[in-house]
Structures are given as structure tokens and as C-alpha cells.
Design a binder for this molecule. Structure first.
Ligand SMILES: Cc1cc2nc3c(=O)[nH]c(=O)nc-3n(C[C@H](O)[C@H](O)[C@H](O)COP(=O)(O)OP(=O)(O)OC[C@H]3O[C@@H](n4cnc5c(N)ncnc54)[C@H](O)[C@@H]3O)c2cc1C
Length: 396
């Protein structure tokens, strides 16, 4: 593993940092993006910011230049994502399109689908959501029951999805639906693109513990999906879905920088609060620091594999497991440093950070669930890395 950047990678990093110094809507290294009470305002700000980034070709840098990327590969994507996070830029509002849908379309879409959808993903003109999970199908996704019935010119969709992030803002969704109910579980599923403004689509936001509503229930009632909105062959959606899911894990430069920044701020807070005077408190701070350094090494190992053209494989699972468990421990340490201020919310007096630490603690509780739960990641590591026997099937 050679960790030295190539001249091209270093130039990309320098160019991106210089652009951010010039163009950030807040002061580089000092300011922060605005905070919004209303998610719709945050999304509107995020669309505008992503459009500016895409205009300078800082979104989807790994994508081919003909669709608005830079052909900069996985390492280029890593470098630019790190620079954006260092500048404290918010996570890209179109991230589901950029990170999951785009790579799937690049691998399996028709030339017409790529030309139609890819450029507008980067510019945030169109936002996408992922319509995979259902009330009875999460970890065991192949149990999904949403039906797509064949009719002249396309399919008619009926069923329900859940936990669909950003569905209330989405223009399009990638949806797994059963097109052959008589086929075995993982066969007979198709990968459809749904126009979220179609008649028969109902989106109901769900309230989270952070008091926000990022994710939703989505109901389909006789929704028509035209013929040209299938990705890959009919009934072969499971294979296409797996291609989407492999992009959910792997390297995570944004979480690396965000958590490294969190540790820096935590150490400053701990100095203010006198936490270092307490032996156990000092030890927990040291652990937080070391864990983020270990996450850096996990990331480097994963990017090194990806750069050589190898799939992240079980390394992606280990990375996801490590950062989500680390994040929860780190946030627990934040709460212990906050002491009596830990249960306070925004606007409370004598509350360092005005509730941002507490919001972050609540938000990251879900990190062990999204992108495949940690129990499932442990199964994958056990079976594919350690060669342990597979989970026994229940007796018939
Ligand atoms: C913040 C957030 C955003 C999300 N956004 C989206 C989205 O945009 N689109 C989308 O489609 N989905 C989304 N999800 C859903 C997510 O993918 C599912 O929550 C996840 O796959 C788990 O499914 P489930 O909630 O149905 O839990 P279940 O699968 O019902 O699992 C319940 C518990 O049982 C455990 N378990 C299940 N099977 C096994 C097993 N074989 N071995 C050991 N333990 C097991 C699980 O680990 C878990 O602890 C999101 C989730 C979160 C938290």
C-alpha cells in the first residue's frame, strides 16, 4: 500500500481547496454552514450549493467527463470528499443519486437512461430516493412484497416502502418490486425507476428522535411505470440491487473527517470543562483520539483496494462496523464531558454548542442500522472473511 499521493491527486486536492477558499458561502476554516429549523429550507440551500459545486465539476468526480465528472477514479472521489468535509461543507443533498443511483446507472443503465438522468443528478436539478426497505423486508430484503403487474406499455405498482430518506423532496426513486410472484424469493424482482410525482404515490414523513423528518413511508396505489424505466432486464433486479448496495459501504472519507473534527472540538470542550483532571475522563478522550486514527487506517486500507480495482468486499463491512460503533462510543464520551448539560436541547442556557452535540448523539444512534445493520455486517465478516459456517436455515 503506497500512501503517497500521485502528482495528479495532489493537484486535484490543491485545486479543490483553492476553489473552496474562493467560493464557500462561509469563511474557510472558521465559519460554519447555516443551521435550518425547517428541513425544506435546508434542502433548498443544499440544492443551490450542490449546483454551484457541480458547475465547477466538484460533484461526481469519479464519473466519466461526458456526464459531468472528471474521470478522477475512486481516489479522486476520496480526495474531493475529504476536502469538502474539511471545509465543513454540508453533506451533498443529492447524495443518494450521486453515491447509489448514479454508479448503478453507469453500470447497468441504457445510453438513453444515462444521458437523461446522470447530469441532473450531479447538478441537483433532480433528487433521488431509494425505495428498497419495506415494513416486512429490511435485512431480509428479498422478502419484499411490493408488486409490479405487467400492463400494456409498462407496469402498475402497488405496495408500501418505509424508511425512504428524502422521499418528500425526491423527483425520482429506484424501486425494487416483484414482477414474478411465482418465482423463488430472489428471482422475479425488477429494478424500476419511479417518478415520485406520479398519480398514486403518497409520501408520509416519519418523525425521528432528532425531531426531524428525513425519512418517510411511501405508498403506491396503481402507479403506472412506463416500459423504458426499468434498469437491467425484467425479473433480474436483485442482481442490479446488489450493485447499488455495494456502493453503500466501503470507504467513508466524509465520516472520517467529520469524526476527526468532532474529536478536536471534544478535546477543546474537555479542556474548558476540566475533564483532563479526571483519570477516567482523560482515558476516554485518549481512546476517542486513537479510535479515529484507526478509522483512518481502515479507510486507507479500503481505498487502497478500490484503487487497485478490487471490490471493497468484507473490508467494506469492517469499515462500516468500525465507524458506526466508534461514532456511538465517541458521542457517549461527548455526553460524559458535557455532564449536567448533556440532556439540554437548543436554546437552553449554559449549553455548550447550543444543542448541536446532543442532536449529533441522537442522530448517530441510527448509524448501526442504516446501510445494513451491524449484526448483518458481522454475519458477512464471519462468513466471508473468517470462513465460519453460514447461519443455519430454519427447519422446513
Ligand atoms: C437513518 C436511516 C435511513 C434509511 N434510509 C433508507 C432509504 O433511504 N431507503 C431504504 O430503502 N431504506 C432505508 N433505511 C432502512 C435500512 O436499510 C433498514 O432499517 C435496515 O436494512 C434494517 O432493516 P429493518 O429496519 O427492517 O430491521 P430488521 O431487518 O427487521 O432487523 C431487526 C433487527 O434484527 C437483526 N437481524 C435481522 N436479521 C438478522 C440476521 N440474519 N442475523 C442477525 N441479526 C439479524 C437486525 O440487525 C436488527 O437489529 C434507512 C434506515 C435508517 C436508520
Amino acid at each position: 500500500m503506497d500512501l503517497r499521493p500521485t502528482p495528479a491527486e495532489q493537484a486535484l486536492r490543491d485545486d479543490c481547496r483553492a476553489w473552496l477558499h474562493e467560493n464557500l458561502p462561509w469563511e474557510y476554516g472558521r465559519g460554519l454552514p447555516p443551521r435550518f429549523d425547517d428541513l425544506a429550507d435546508e434542502v433548498a440551500f443544499g440544492r443551490d450549493w450542490q449546483a454551484r459545486l457541480a458547475g465547477a465539476r466538484w460533484v461526481g468526480v469519479a464519473w466519466p467527463a461526458e456526464y459531468g465528472g472528471r474521470d478522477a477514479g475512486a481516489v479522486g472521489h476520496y480526495v474531493v470528499t475529504e476536502e469538502l468535509a474539511r471545509a465543513r461543507a454540508p453533506e451533498l443533498v443529492g447524495r443518494i443519486g450521486i453515491n447509489l443511483v448514479g454508479p448503478t446507472l453507469l453500470a447497468h443503465g441504457t445510453p438513453e437512461q444515462k444521458a437523461r438522468w446522470l447530469p441532473r443528478i450531479l447538478s441537483a436539478e433532480e433528487i433521488w430516493c431509494q425505495l428498497f426497505s419495506e415494513p416486512g423486508a429490511g435485512s431480509d430484503l428479498a422478502s419484499l412484497t411490493t408488486r409490479a403487474r405487467r400492463v400494456g406499455g409498462g407496469w402498475v405498482l402497488d405496495g408500501q416502502k418505509v424508511w425512504t430518506s428524502y422521499a418528500q423532496f425526491a423527483d425520482w426513486g429506484v424501486c425494487l418490486a416483484r414482477t414474478d410472484p411465482d418465482a423463488p424469493k430472489q428471482q422475479g424482482i425488477s429494478y424500476l425507476v419511479v417518478d415520485m410525482r406520479s398519480s398514486g404515490v403518497e409520501v408520509r414523513p416519519l418523525r425521528q428522535i432528532t425531531d426531524e423528518s428525513e425519512f418517510n413511508e411511501v405508498f403506491f396505489s396503481e402507479v403506472f411505470v412506463p416500459e423504458d424505466r426499468i434498469v437491467g432486464p425484467e425479473h433480474e433486479g436483485w442482481r442490479i440491487a446488489n450493485s447499488t448496495l455495494t456502493h453503500e459501504r466501503g470507504v467513508n472519507p466524509r465520516q472520517l473527517v467529520v469524526h476527526a473534527q468532532l474529536v478536536d472540538e471534544l478535546l477543546r470542550l474537555a479542556l474548558d470543562q476540566g475533564t483532563f483532571d479526571d483519570h477516567r475522563g482523560a482515558q476516554r478522550l485518549a481512546e476517542a483520539f486513537v479510535e479515529v486514527q484507526m478509522f483512518r487506517l481502515h479507510n486507507w486500507r479500503a481505498i487502497s483496494r478500490t484503487a487497485k480495482g478490487e471490490a471493497p468486499g468484507p473490508v467494506g463491512s469492517i469499515n462500516k462496523l468500525w465507524w458506526s460503533e466508534m461514532s456511538k462510543r465517541l458521542h457517549d464520551t461527548v455526553m460524559s464531558v458535557l455532564g449536567p448539560a448533556a440532556p439540554l436541547w437548543r436554546g437552553a442556557r449554559d449549553n455548550p454548542g447550543d444543542g448541536s452535540w446532543q442532536r449529533s448523539w441522537l442522530y448517530y444512534q441510527a448509524s448501526s442500522i442504516w446501510a445494513g445493520t451491524n449484526e448483518i455486517q458481522r454475519n458477512l465478516v464471519g462468513e466471508r472473511t473468517l470462513g465460519l459456517p453460514r447461519e443455519p436455515k430454519p427447519a422446513a
